[in-house]
Design a protein around this ligand. Structure first.
Ligand SMILES: CC(C)(COP(=O)(O)OP(=O)(O)OC[C@H]1O[C@@H](n2cnc3c(N)ncnc32)[C@H](O)[C@@H]1OP(=O)(O)O)[C@@H](O)C(=O)NCCC(=O)NCCSC(=O)Cc1ccccc1
Length: 166
């Protein structure tokens, strides 16, 4: 298991993501850890992440799946190339497709455990299957199709953090 989260290896100018960017103080700052076969993350929703009192808002859960998926894709891509996580040039992925199934209501008031495994992988695309569990019960499952970030999405030098979306 990597001590360092995948997202903490992203270059600073690609670390503004609302879901996982370490420099986005208003975001979720999800941290995914890769063990060579799967990525895991833990996130504890707060009261303002409520859907119906006692239950987690589905949009937050989708956001966690999104960022855990692109993080898992990045770690798996580094591994496939035999390169250390975070080494240059960066391998940053964006979401091409995000699918979410809400299997059970997700209780609010405790940590959620995410797991991501690679279903399919090529040089440019990684398909990741994700689950979110509360107290050992899988409440949500999802799939992310992650594609290498196109050059057109590279941050402009003077772009402000709140203008960036990866
Ligand atoms: C780059 C791409 C996703 C695909 O470029 P293209 O020139 O079209 O690439 P191309 O056609 O060569 O496809 C390559 C492979 O991918 C496949 N495939 C493609 N689409 C789909 C699909 N919908 N569904 C399923 N598969 C699809 C396609 O079949 C092909 O597969 P193959 O190799 O034949 O097996 C483009 O559509 C785009 O920029 N979209 C906007 C992305 C965006 O704004 N995302 C949100 C912001 S990022 C964010 O918020 C998350 C985040 C958080 C934290 C950190 C980072 C990220």
């Amino acid at each position: 298991m990597t001590d360092r989260a995948v997202q903490d290896t992203y270059p600073e100018d690609l670390s503004h993501c609302y879901g996982c960017g370490r420099v986005n103080s208003q975001g979720h700052q999800l941290k995914s850890h890769w063990d060579g076969r799967q990525a895991v993350a833990r996130f504890e929703p707060e009261g303002h992440h409520t859907a119906i009192p006692g239950f987690v808002y589905g949009g937050l859960l989708a956001s966690l799946i999104d960022c855990h998926g692109t993080g898992t894709a990045s770690a798996a891509a580094y591994q496939a190339e035999g390169r250390p996580l975070g080494s240059d040039p960066p391998m940053r992925f964006v979401t091409a497709s995000l699918h979410v199934d809400f299997l059970k209501p997700t209780p609010l008031g405790g940590p959620l455990d995410l797991r991501g495994v690679v279903e399919e992988q090529s040089d440019r695309k990684v398909v990741v299957a994700i689950t979110i569990a509360a107290e050992g019960t899988v409440c949500v499952k999802g799939q992310v199709v992650a594609v290498r970030m196109p050059a057109t999405m590279a941050p402009r030098p003077a772009a402000r953090a709140d203008e960036q979306c990866v």
